[in-house]
Design a protein around this ligand. Structure first.
Ligand SMILES: *Cc1c(COP(=O)(O)O)cnc(C)c1O
Length: 203
């Protein structure tokens, strides 16, 4: 069982403005994950003197990729070959990406279906500007049984593909994600209590 100290904590910064992100920085966090292109670009401008590592964790539309694919360090939401093709044409240097997997079988969810992940990964080997570092998945809201199964399945495929990283676990299910060896947590609301408590930190 991993602990919070063993993993990369990405702050899901959609809940926070730039001033709050500076406070979070002073508590020791540099990984910021945005899920909207316009907000990411604006905050990056405001926070350019801070050494943040920028992650994009939301759904990325192909027509928005051009605006920000040079502005981020890690993409957590690659979910289509069309988007991969677009990134291939835009990037000069390879970018670290997680393949987003729909591991709960919810039809409204983004992500590659779990049974197609291996072939999707093979296909991506053609694109030298895309460096797959791992799989990303989301649990099912208020259903820890389905969430646990999803994390277990995602870990299994991650291991079969011998990928080094895995991005799963949010404020409500991070303990389950730690149980299934995640390397990256994406925490949003969790940071609210830390900000409210002047002396609060994670460890
Ligand atoms: C908002 C968000 C999170 C974090 O949400 P919390 O439940 O507040 O921790 C994680 N991942 C993605 C993709 C998000 O949009």
């Amino acid at each position: 069982m991993k602990t919070l100290a063993d993993v990369t904590i990405v702050c899901a910064s959609k809940y926070f403005n730039s001033d709050e992100m500076i406070k979070i920085y002073h508590k020791g966090f540099v990984h910021m994950g945005e899920n909207r292109v316009d907000v990411l670009l604006e905050k990056k401008k405001q926070l350019k003197t801070y050494p943040f590592v920028w992650h994009f964790i939301g759904h990325l539309q192909r027509n928005k990729a051009e605006l920000m694919i040079h502005e981020i360090d890690v993409l957590h939401s690659l979910d289509s070959i069309d988007l991969a093709k677009k990134i291939q044409t835009l990037r000069t240097k390879p970018i670290d990406v997680f393949i987003q997997v729909n591991a709960t079988g919810e039809p409204q969810k983004y992500g590659v279906d779990i049974e197609n992940v291996s072939s999707f990964y093979e296909e991506l080997k053609k694109y030298d500007k895309i460096k797959v570092v791992g799989l990303m998945t989301m649990g099912k809201l208020d259903d820890s049984v389905v969430t646990e199964q999803a994390f277990e399945k995602t870990l299994k495929i991650n291991q079969e593909l011998k990928l080094p990283s895995i991005s799963m676990g949010m404020s409500d299910d991070y303990e389950l994600a730690l149980k299934y060896d995640t390397t990256h947590l994406r925490l949003g609301r969790y940071f609210k209590s830390i900000l409210e408590d002047e002396n609060g930190t994670f460890s």
